[in-house]
Design a binder for this molecule. Structure first.
Ligand code: GLA
Length: 723
């Protein structure tokens, strides 16, 4: 809901609200736009008296040049060289948008014909408010933008902590939590292509001291962008931590032509007084309903060929893998890298990207024969591509050396395989080519259900052979505009296709790409123990339907760790379940375990993929165990996960209390994926939600199995059904 309340003359407050949150602005005509409040939903009386109580006293979209030393959201060099901008409210437009509201606060420079719309959007069914700006140059000549953040939020000082994700390839989405201290905290990305390996563009602020999962006031912020970003929190000498988020302005100053409008990406804000898990639930619901492709469609259980056969693709091998996943109850097979390249067959990672013709030596019947095989096995077929890239060893590069990103006069800098290059998506011809990669595959085989879209290189040398010499600094921004145009075209023509965003693992886990992509590959690291940590971090902002989570081989191919299959299954089952393994190397007993797990996952799939998350014990708290659960919004079903993280004799693990249940309902508890020779003492027993949330259940530290099968791992999945 969104209302404008006008008090005294020339005093205009804009109250932007969701069912449980409020954001209040002072948008008095001719004055600076001020942010007064963001947090719990306010009554109209409280809104009216906000200023008297002492509200935020901060400009909502501060521009550089007329307000001293503070950090700013916008910096402009006007066409005459003037570096200052002085914005005042021109008018307020409020309209209905898809059941929610859109507020545009139109700001105008006092002297220059230079305009900024500061926008806020709400949705009817979500606690998220999106904000962005539209910057318009009506001067006669170009102006230069050197800062263009999406949004700004002041946070009242106190004991405010920031939680954010950091990491690296094969170690994505690790959780970091720290109190905000004086000085500047900057979270940034400059990869150019992918943006979530090393840091994420989503953060949470716990306002009541050390972050808590299920209590306390928390603000969440997610920048919805696929490219370079910067999030900064300036704790200056004021009463506020000043938070900014937007496109990273470094080496990206933007010449805004006369009449051109620069729209910044959306910054999604949410607030909950139910702790960090509350903020996660807000983001998950908003994501599934509005920001993730097919967010309301259950995800299929798949086998991906990569860790099973790597580049060793051939028809008989694909047929065998399809048969095996079908026999275990899987629903989709995805053929990964290695299937293409005619002049330069893709035998390893040093050639052929861009040459998307089938290697007929490996696959004489082409893709259509594979699609037919999948059909015969009763499953769907998916295929891997990396369409934004080429290699110096490729027919594409021989034909179009001018299509790759490189600086004029310089040799291109190569990546993977010593030969990989990034195509220049600022170039419309390249955009057409990338669209045609998908379009050709889909036209030839419309039955294809799923595309794994990979991106394994960064922009290593700044330079566009397409952009004009005075617009070279637009490269990072134009790359992602080009990417968006291609994705829009693909979605217009192929609305039902499932597309995974892979980028050397979790390089594209962001709400910038998810409107076109159904999911992402959390990490190239499939080690179940490390996945507990990475999927935990990812779950702060992204729901289980987006998290590709696969059962893989032991020893694990990345960590060499040997983890029993039971534990690998129990971890994979907390996300979008899949397999990444050669089934023919599995024993019959292992196949049976997977078959049962797949059948049980099908039962709990709606709870995991569409349920509300409650994180219970964090692996980052080093208590020896991690635990979380998903509950349906109706609280009639829940799935509880418990993973032991270390093993010592006479160790003491915490007894985990549950959350998210209805205290007044009774739940029957059933263990899934059971391997023990005896059922758990509480198997089939009925407990009240209140008991489970206040006391929890005692989970044995080990599994009861034959002596020679005992090991140091333990995990449990419990299914709870309300009676
Ligand atoms: C990247 C992906 C992997 C796999 C390989 C194929 O590393 O992240 O999952 O697809 O490329 O080359």
């Amino acid at each position: 809901m969104l209302a404008v309340c006008f008090g005294a003359a020339a005093y205009g407050q804009v109250h932007i609200s969701t069912s449980r949150t409020s954001l209040v602005l002072d948008a008095s005509e001719g004055q600076k736009l001020m942010m007064l409040y963001y947090g719990d939903r306010l009554s109209e009386d409280d809104v009216r008296n906000l200023k008297a109580a002492g509200a935020f006293n901060a400009e909502a979209y501060p521009a550089y040049g007329m307000s001293g030393a503070s950090e700013t959201a916008l910096a402009v060099t006007h066409s005459d060289g003037n570096m200052s901008t002085d914005l005042i409210v021109d008018n307020v437009e409020i309209s209905d948008k898809d059941g929610g509201k859109l507020a545009k606060i139109c700001l105008k420079d006092k002297v220059y014909p230079f305009y900024v719309n500061v926008c806020y959007r709400t949705y009817p069914d979500s606690e998220v408010i999106e904000t962005w700006s539209e910057i318009e140059n009506r001067e006669k000549k170009p102006v230069v933008l050197t800062e263009f953040y999406s949004g700004f939020l002041p946070l009242r000082r106190g004991d405010v902590w920031i939680s954010h994700l950091y990491g690296s390839w094969a170690n994505e989405a690790k959780l970091a939590q720290e109190p905000l201290m004086p000085g500047m905290k900057v979270i940034k990305n400059k990869d150019g292509v992918r943006n979530s390996h090393t840091a994420h563009s989503e953060v949470m602020f716990s306002l009541d001291g050390k972050p808590m999962e299920n209590s306390g006031r928390v603000i969440g912020a997610a920048l919805c962008y696929s490219g370079n970003y910067e999030l900064k929190v300036d704790t200056d000498d004021s009463e506020y931590h000043r938070f900014f988020a937007g496109i990273n302005p470094d080496n990206s100053s933007y010449r805004l032509a006369s009449k051109e409008v620069f729209k910044t990406p959306e910054l999604a804000l949410t607030y909950s007084d139910e702790g960090m898990s509350g903020v996660s639930r807000n983001f998950h619901r908003w994501g599934r309903n509005h920001r993730i492709a097919h967010g309301d469609v259950p995800r299929k259980i798949l086998l991906n060929s990569w860790e099973g056969v790597y580049f060793d693709i051939n028809e008989a091998g694909m047929d065998q893998m399809m048969g095996d996943i079908a026999s275990m109850g899987g629903e989709l097979f995805v053929m990964d890298d290695g299937w293409f390249g005619v002049k330069y067959p893709r035998l390893t990672d040093n050639c052929a990207l861009g040459d998307w013709g089938v290697d007929r030596n490996k696959l004489p019947g082409g893709v259509s024969a594979l699609v037919k095989m999948a059909e015969d096995h009763g499953i769907r077929f998916g295929i891997w591509i990396e369409p934004e890239m080429t290699n110096t060893v490729s027919e594409l590069y021989e034909k179009h050396p001018d299509w790759v990103i490189k600086a004029p006069k310089r040799e291109p800098v190569t990546g993977r395989g010593g030969t990989q290059l990034v195509l220049d998506l600022s170039n419309p011809e390249v955009q057409d080519f990338i669209f045609s990669v998908v379009d050709d595959i889909m036209t030839a085989n419309p039955e294809i259900d799923y595309i794994k879209w990979d991106a394994n290189m960064n922009i290593a040398n700044h330079g566009s052979q397409y952009l004009a010499s005075d617009n070279q600094s637009h490269l990072y921004i134009e790359y992602h505009r080009g990417f968006a145009k291609v994705c829009d075209r693909i979605r217009a023509k192929y609305p039902d296709l499932v597309i995974q965003a892979c980028a050397s693992g979790g390089g594209r886990a962001n709400y910038g790409v998810l409107p076109w992509f159904d999911e992402f590959w959390v990490s190239d690291n499939t080690d179940a123990l490390q996945r507990v940590y990475m999927q935990w971090g990812t779950s702060y902002f992204f729901p289980a339907i987006t998290m590709g989570s696969h059962i893989s081989a032991a020893p694990n191919h990345q960590t060499s760790r040997t983890i029993p299959l039971k534990y690998r299954i129990d971890v994979a089952m907390s996300g979008r379940l899949g397999m990444e393994i050669q089934p023919k190397n599995m024993t019959q007993e292992e196949i049976t375990l997977c078959r049962n797990a797949i059948a049980q996952y099908k039962q709990i799939r709606p709870v995991v993929q569409f349920g509300d998350i409650y994180r219970l014990v964090s692996p980052y708290d080093n208590l020896g165990v991690a635990s979380l659960m998903y509950c349906t919004p109706e609280k009639d079903e829940a799935v509880f996960y418990w993973w032991k993280l270390e093993h010592f004799c006479n160790q003491h693990l915490p007894r985990v209390t549950m959350a998210g249940l209805d205290p007044d309902r009774n739940y029957k508890v059933v263990e899934l994926n059971r391997i023990d020779s005896e059922p758990l003492p509480f198997e089939g027993a009925v407990f009240s939600g209140r008991f489970l949330m206040e006391n929890g259940l005692e989970i044995p530290y080990t599994h009861k199995v034959d002596y020679h099968r005992q090991n140091d791992w333990a995990s449990r999945v419990l299914y709870l059904e309300a009676l």
